[in-house]
Design a protein around this ligand. Structure first.
Ligand SMILES: C[S@@+](CC[C@H](N)C(=O)[O-])C[C@H]1O[C@@H](n2cnc3c(N)ncnc32)[C@H](O)[C@@H]1O
Length: 370
């Protein structure tokens, strides 16, 4: 099945994270050489052609695949179509088409709120390219938007969406599997509910979806650093009971919930008798570096060893070089007994990464039901 090859790879990351991504891939895949970059977009060259199911070991690449370079433009996609038809024998399809625009702002959701006209113009361009490619070779495309494992995905990137119809198109291809989100350009299809107290709602929802975390209605979550309550709101919406630790106060929509208990102090001042007896999920989202969050997380993991299923920890990176600490943090989590351990720079993360650890007893548990 894996017969599409290219010596080039593209990666999508948060604008501003290009250098940390290059460093990371330079270590994990030393044969890859940096080729070209724009904010949020970095390409690499391999000494030998790479196959389409290649797995990159990366925290910072939100999306990646084989790269076939710039081909045509939004107004004139013929060159891209010709290359596609050479590249993809129809017998191997149907393929999932994912069109997306390069984002040159580290906080694209906030940027869209500040400049809704620009965001709308980009969405219109993306849709026009999708419609044109779908219409030009309908037999290539699968009807669904999210790929199945093993299915081929055609990535079409609008490299310079501000140039409107003149924006070059960039062609990529990958086979869906471990390490890929299934979302165009790695952007999750999430919308912030108007009543959510903070954008941490999106960050937690993305971490849960991306990690296939088997969280269930009725579970108990302890969140350290819970105010103003975006993540707690997401958990309450999912039917969990939540205990939140934070000296700051949560928004009324969270604080007034019958399934929410607040411990209004710093975690370092909380005594065991104040804590719930059973906790299934531990969340850490304090605005402090690993030297403060890791010892506190360790203490709680040990305390809840018999009931704990998993940990979601936001690791703040005071500067990007702090990313060098990530492998050591993952090693610590394994040492504490977590079996599945992964760090990801999520679409909704800023200068921080989301670390997920699942205990062996969480493996095989399904996300729904009880
Ligand atoms: C990024 S905000 C958390 C956002 C929150 N998770 C949400 O969903 O809205 C960081 C929070 O960590 C809290 N914090 C910082 N140090 C803490 C500590 N030692 N113990 C508990 N909370 C702490 C701060 O008061 C602040 O409210």
């Amino acid at each position: 099945m894996s017969n599409v090859r290219s010596p080039y790879l593209f990666t999508i990351c948060q604008a501003g994270a290009e250098a940390v991504l290059k460093r990371e891939l330079g270590r994990a895949h030393p044969k890859l050489k940096f080729a070209f970059s724009r904010p949020g977009f970095v390409t690499f060259k391999s000494p030998v052609p790479v196959v389409d199911n290649v797995e990159l070991h990366s925290v910072f690449a939100r999306a990646y695949g084989l790269s076939f370079g710039k081909l045509g433009s939004v107004a004139e996609p013929t060159a891209l179509l010709q290359r596609l038809q050479e590249l993809l024998p129809e017998a191997e399809g149907p393929f999932v088409l994912q069109v997306f625009a390069r984002e040159d702002d580290p906080a694209p959701m906030e940027a869209a709120l500040h400049d809704p006209e620009r965001a709308q113009a980009t969405a219109v361009l993306v849709e026009s390219v999708r419609t044109a490619l779908k219409a030009a070779c309908p037999r290539l495309w699968a009807p669904e938007a999210e790929p199945r494992r093993g299915q081929g995905v055609v990535d079409v990137l609008l490299l310079e969406p501000n140039e409107a119809a003149n924006s070059p198109l960039y062609l990529g291809f990958h086979r869906h599997g471990f390490g890929h989100t299934g979302w165009p350009g790695g952007r999750p299809p999430l919308v912030l509910p108007a009543e959510a107290p903070s954008r941490s709602y999106l960050k937690l929802e993305e971490a849960l979806l991306r990690g296939h975390v088997p969280i269930r209605s009725g579970d108990l979550a302890l969140e350290v650093g819970c105010a103003p309550g975006g993540a707690a709101y997401a958990l309450l919406q999912r039917g969990l009971n939540v205990c939140g630790v934070d000296a700051a106060v949560c928004a009324p929509i969270v604080a007034n919930s019958k399934r929410f208990i607040a411990i209004r102090k710093s975690i370092s001042l909380v005594e065991p008798r104040e804590l719930p007896r059973v906790v299934h999920w531990l969340l850490f989202d304090i605005n402090a570096g690993s030297s403060r969050s890791i010892p506190e997380a360790k203490r709680l993991v040990e305390y809840y060893r018999s009931s704990l299923l998993g940990l979601v920890l936001t690791l703040k990176l005071a500067d990007w070089h702090k990313a060098d600490e990530i492998p050591r943090v993952l090693e610590q989590l394994r040492h504490w007994g977590f079996e599945h351990v992964v760090a990801r720079h999520l679409y909704h993360n800023r200068q921080e990464v989301s670390v997920l650890g699942l205990m062996p007893k969480a493996q095989g548990r399904t996300p729904k039901g009880s």
